[in-house]
Every structure is written in structure tokens, then in C-alpha cells.
Design a protein around this ligand. Sequence first.
Ligand SMILES: Nc1ncnc2c1ncn2[C@@H]1O[C@H](COP(=O)(O)OP(=O)(O)OP(=O)(O)O)[C@@H](O)[C@H]1O
Ligand SMILES: [Mg+2]
Length: 345
Amino acid sequence: MVLGFTNRVLAVDLGTSRVRVWRPRGGIVLDEPSVVAVDLRQGRACAVGAAAKHMSGRTPTGVTVVRAVQDGRVGDFEAVRILARRALECGPRTLLDGMRPTVLASVPVDCPGVHERALEQAFLQVGAGRVIMVPAPLAAAAGSRVLLGQDAGGLLVDLGAGTADLAVFAYGRMVAARSLPVGGDALDRAVVARIRRDHRMEIEPVAAERLRVAAEAPADVHGRTVLEVRGRHIGRNAPVVARVGVAEIHDALAPLLAGLVDAIADTLARCPAELGADILDCGLALTGGLAHGAWTRARLQDALGVPVAAPEDPDVRTILGLGALSASPQITARGADVWSAAPVC
Ligand SMILES: Nc1ncnc2c1ncn2[C@@H]1O[C@H](COP(=O)(O)OP(=O)(O)OP(=O)(O)O)[C@@H](O)[C@H]1O
Ligand SMILES: [Mg+2]
């Protein structure tokens, strides 16, 4: 059965930072933060997605903002269920005729079974008929139209908010992969810690993210070497605005990127010689939100000595790839066993 013909398929990339939904003939129909605001007194959600994220750092007493996915894994099952329901609401109206949609969901590589089962249960409980798990880098490669249709080997790194997923491809198949807990959130925590240490100030993770994104932009975009951030002074316990050097932010991020460089170099070292040589020739494909960061791309390229290329809109490559894969008979026939799925591009 080719799901693309039936239209009863929905692709969902429920990530650490955002939830994205793709459906046949609609394309990407949802792309918003994967957070839920919960009213603790009533014990139910009071805001979802962008509205809930806006409440971060501003929540009234009795309300808490919960991230559905943390570090690439299910963090809060109820929040995952709420987002799964919202995702299914974007899908084809199959429930009317009793047909339940099949969901293609991305998962990090090295994903523990408990995460996969929780994700599957969440979708089944809100109306999915079947859930097919697809490794995120495989989907990102399909969405970037790279590595799956070529004989030469290649390496793709998907840098999201929770994890960095590394995958080696050869003859259009994913032959090795690993996942590291290095993503935008870990970088933001490093920024929070640095500002606390050097400026005696507490800042919210959203403020750290704004600071980091500005520091990662190409120098000619903002042309600034100093950025402003709002927070609370630790000693005086009062709101304060600090001026932070872009170089300070880069310095805080450097150790985490060095860890990522080591892992990529280790993966390259383990590749058979010809495959490694292919990767050195064609370089590394970078997807995920962090691939927007010019400073990050340049840093990886310098440290690894191989070309690093990111497609346009690198953060939507996984969801576009899930959409493309949903029309592949190999994927739908073999279900979760798509580790070595045949080329589809
Ligand atoms: N222009 C930018 N510069 C630097 N970082 C950015 C930019 N835009 C988004 N990001 C970062 O990208 C991350 C989100 O990427 P993405 O949407 O790929 O994550 P995700 O799929 O939700 O997470 P994961 O796949 O790890 O579970 C966030 O940490 C965000 O700060
Ligand atoms: Mg992702």
C-alpha cells in the first residue's frame, strides 16, 4: 500500500523546540513551539504552542510552562498527547469515515524504546491508526534531497534544540548513526551559566536563546560586537540590563562545539577509507535550526577541515523529508525498520 495515494497519512516532527506537521497537498500546516502552559489549580492546559511559549518567564502564579520533549526525548507525556492531538487536528478528516490516519514521526537516532513507545501511545490515544518511526537524519536527508540518491558516501548532521544526530550514508542508505545531547538548549544553558558567572545576573532561557542567535548570525547582519540582555541581578535582586560581548558568547559556546567536532571526527575516523574519502570530498550536510548560525557553520568547517553546507531553511528539512518518505512504499511496507531503507530520491 502506498500511503501517498490514500492521503490518510500525516507527518509529524515533534522536536525539542518545535512541532511541525505536514500533510499531503497541504505541505507544512503547523510549525510552532512544542510547549504547553498548564493551569496547576485546574490541572489542565490553558495555552499551547506560540501562546504558551510567550508565557515563558511571565507566568502568573499557578501556571507553569511545560516542554513536551526534552533533550530529544518525551519529557511530559500529557503535553506530548496535547500536541499530538493538535497535530492530528491538522490532518485529513478521516475520523468521519472511521479511517484513522497513519502518522510518520521522526525520532532521534539511538532513541530508547521507552521514548518511541510513549510517542506511539500518545498518537494512538488521540486517534492515529498506525505510527511509523523514522530516524531524524534519514528524514532530514530526504528533505534536503542529499545523500539518499548517490553512490558516494556522505555525512549529515542534524543540529536541533535537543540533540545533534550524526548519520553516515552510503549507496543511499544510512549505515551508521549516533546522537549527542548537544543542541540549542545545551548551548543556551552554557550562556545562562556564563552570564551568571561573569555578570552576576540570572537570565531566562528565552533571553539566552535570543543572545545566542544574535551572536551566531553573520557579523554583517547586525554589525554589533556588544549585545544587550535583560535579567535579574543576583546581589541586588533587581531587574537589570547588561551589555554582553559577542566574543563572550562565542567563548561560552566553544567547549560544546568542540565536543561536537570531536564526535564528528571520531565518526569520520571509524568510516572505511573510501567512504571517509568521499565525505572529505563532498563535505558535511548540516540541517536543523542551528544550521542557520553562520558562526557555528564556520566553526565546524574550520575545525574539521571539510566543507560544511546547509540547505535553505535547514530547520524544516526533517518535516519535508517525512512528507517525501510518506510516499515511499519501502518505508510504509517496512514500518519502523527503516534504518536501511532503500533510496527514495
Ligand atoms: N537563526 C538561528 N541561528 C541560530 N540558531 C537558531 C536560529 N534559528 C533557530 N535556531 C535554533 O535552532 C533550534 C531549533 O532547531 P530545530 O527546530 O531543528 O529543533 P527541534 O527539531 O525542535 O529539536 P530536536 O530535533 O533536537 O528535538 C533552537 O535551539 C533555536 O534557537
Ligand atoms: Mg529536529
